[in-house]
Design a protein. Structure first.
Length: 309
């Protein structure tokens, strides 16, 4: 039986860490971190830190964790990217530095097979040691050590979080992350909100579910066809994306006046993205539909909210 995990601290990483933990315990067999490490190719300590909630793990560690648990890798890629953008602006100290994949010497796991090849620093050390033990001159050993140092320096240059190549690898394009030249700034990203039924509202400006209507909020209704719809406020334009990505700038370019019934559930099945633009303030809400219910018109969404710069 695994050791009880320490509580996740409050803060911007709490929900992300808790859902990583839930992903592990609900995976087939509820694997321990040691068992997860065999699939993820990262040490148990790296995977445990990823779900601790103290720092945002790297994208590689996050996706390895999710894949080993059988989770939705692309969905977590988007979630990580949006959270990474938010932390870069507000709390860069919470972003973890890259972790190396586990090798044969890094904690419990599968040992290197007989006759197999050690990797990274282990291989370099074995090579240098073998040559010295064989009675070769000291110069040969120094050359081997220098070669190992050069290899390590090149690796660090490529994987360093400050290098441009590393940034291209760690921060992939996101479904709704604005570019540096965007006309919009994110207020919050990937806010998961469940609406119990049509008596409640999604308050877009605050990113919460409320029992009363707010300055700019949406609810649900029958949609005129009895199958449900998102009921939109006045002075709001809407755009339903045919693609699996949607930025606020693209929304602004394509949004048009919303029909009187709003956006019907049938128009936006789960995983569909649509957006709203306020004609009064220019603010934009990008909505990813997670699930809807045409019985009591309940809905669950992931919400991104932006203000013009």
């Amino acid at each position: 039986m695994g050791r009880r995990e320490t509580p996740v601290p409050d803060g911007p990483l709490r929900e992300f860490a808790l859902e990583l933990r839930e992903l592990r315990v609900t995976a087939p067999g509820a694997p321990t971190y040691r068992e997860l490490a065999r699939k993820a190719n990262y040490s148990p300590s790296v995977l445990s830190r990823a779900a601790a909630g103290h720092t945002l793990p790297t994208l590689d560690v996050t996706l390895a964790f999710v894949a080993a648990c059988g989770g939705e890798v692309e969905e977590w890629r988007q979630r990580w990217t949006m959270l990474h953008v938010t932390l870069q602006r507000a709390r860069p100290d919470l972003i973890a530095e890259p972790d190396e994949p586990r090798d044969a010497t890094d904690g419990p796991g599968e040992p290197t097979p007989p006759g197999g090849t050690a990797t990274g620093r282990t291989a370099a050390a074995s090579t240098a040691t073998g040559r010295v033990a064989g009675g070769r001159p000291l110069l040969v050993a120094l050359v081997a050590a220098l070669a190992a140092a050069v290899t390590l320096a090149v690796t660090l240059a490529v994987t360093s979080p400050w290098s441009s190549q590393a940034k291209r690898q760690v921060v992939p394009p996101s479904s709704s992350t604005p570019s540096p030249t965007s006309a919009y700034d994110p207020v919050y990203l990937d806010r998961r909100l469940p609406l119990p039924d049509y008596n409640f509202y999604f308050d877009l400006q605050t990113g919460v579910v409320t029992e009363g209507d707010g300055p700019w909020s949406i609810s649900t209704n029958s949609g005129g066809d009895g199958h449900g719809a998102f009921e939109l406020p006045d002075d709001t334009d809407v755009y339903i994306s045919p693609e699996p990505s949607l930025t606020p700038d693209r929304c602004a370019a394509h949004a048009s006046p919303a029909p009187s019934y709003g956006v019907r559930f049938r128009q936006v099945p789960p995983r569909t993205l649509f957006c709203l633009r306020s004609r009064k303030t220019g603010e934009i809400a990008v909505i990813k539909v997670i699930e809807t219910d045409d019985g009591n018109y309940a809905a669950k969404i992931a919400l991104d909210y932006y203000r013009p710069r």
